[in-house]
Write a protein that binds this ligand. Structure first.
Ligand SMILES: CC(C)(COP(=O)(O)OP(=O)(O)OC[C@H]1O[C@@H](n2cnc3c(N)ncnc32)[C@H](O)[C@@H]1O)[C@@H](O)C(=O)NCCC(=O)NCCS
Ligand SMILES: Nc1ncnc2c1ncn2[C@@H]1O[C@H](COP(=O)(O)OP(=O)(O)OP(=O)(O)O)[C@@H](O)[C@H]1O
Length: 234
């Protein structure tokens, strides 16, 4: 495969995306995490948090420190598709802009041949789908997913957890859209093995990587030369 390879990593809630992403990072692959960016975008002071406060009211803001009350906002948006769509309209432009900036950094400055975009709503919003050369879905059976979600978030009732699962495209549909499906119904060590095999197949040949670096460095030299010529012209 020719570089750069941009992998869209997705799956259902608590299906194991972050765990798979952590194994990819361990293998040295840069991962750009949409959930992390969303959290950073909501750190006060921020325009995103201000918009959330204006739209959802001050009940979603913690009084003592002005941070986002994630549990409260979660209760509101996971039970109401219209409010969820509103939140998405506020947060997604920030998330996409930051992901693109980080992607350009990894591809053009760090010259990485493979970059992973970890995006829970990859197929639902399609915001960054167009740039992905491969899509990977981490999947597991719905009962396993529910059990893992409740284990990780014990504060959620069974109903809340099911509501969160229903807020996304059903797993079966995601697996149909994926180029590669990683089955995470087994142990974490099974998952690690699958990720390691997947990465071996994704990496471009050494020759293709050298060619990619050569092209980017030549382009950078050309841009630099043009800039200097332009800046020093009389
Ligand atoms: C609603 C919020 C405050 C709940 O916070 P909480 O700490 O409980 O959950 P966390 O952020 O860890 O998300 C856990 C999972 O929920 C799912 N999820 C999050 N936001 C959404 C959404 N808008 N629609 C559907 N599923 C979502 C994802 O699978 C995500 O991995 C938070 O999820 C949020 O700010 N969401 C909006 C940003 C967003 O769309 N993120 C997904 C990026 S593609
Ligand atoms: N194979 C596995 N066996 C047992 N537990 C697992 C396995 N894979 C992941 N888990 C656990 O399941 C939970 C959910 O996994 P993870 O956070 O990776 O999912 P996610 O898809 O990133 O979730 P979210 O969509 O909420 O961000 C975590 O507590 C994780 O440790």
């Amino acid at each position: 495969m020719a570089p750069p390879v941009i992998v869209g990593l997705t799956g259902g809630i608590a299906s194991g995306k972050s765990t798979a992403a952590a194994y990819m990072r361990d293998a040295g692959v840069p991962v750009i995490d949409a959930d992390l960016i969303a959290r950073q975008a909501m750190q006060p002071p921020s325009v995103c948090l201000l918009c959330v406060r204006l739209v959802f009211g001050k009940e979603v803001i913690n009084e003592h420190d002005g941070t986002l009350n994630r549990a409260r906002l979660g209760q509101i948006i996971f039970g109401d598709p219209k409010k969820r769509a509103l939140l998405n309209r506020i947060t997604h432009p920030f998330i996409v802009a930051s992901m693109m900036a980080q992607l350009l950094w990894q591809l053009l400055v760090r010259l990485q041949p493979v970059v992973v975009l970890d995006v829970p709503l990859l197929f639902e919003t399609k915001n960054v789908l167009w740039i992905c050369s491969k899509t990977v879905v981490v999947a597991c059976e719905p009962d396993v997913q529910l059990a893992r979600l409740q284990m990780r978030n014990p504060e959620l009732s069974e109903n809340d957890a099911k509501q969160r699962m229903a807020a996304q495209m059903p797993m079966q549909e995601k697996t149909k859209l994926a180029d590669i499906v990683v089955d995470n119904s087994g142990t974490q060590s099974d998952l690690r093995q699958q990720i390691s095999a997947l990465l071996q197949n994704l990496y471009p040949s050494r020759r293709a990587q050298q060619l990619y670096r050569g092209i980017i460095l030549s382009l950078a030299a050309l841009v630099g030369y043009t800039f200097v010529r332009f800046a020093t012209r009389r």
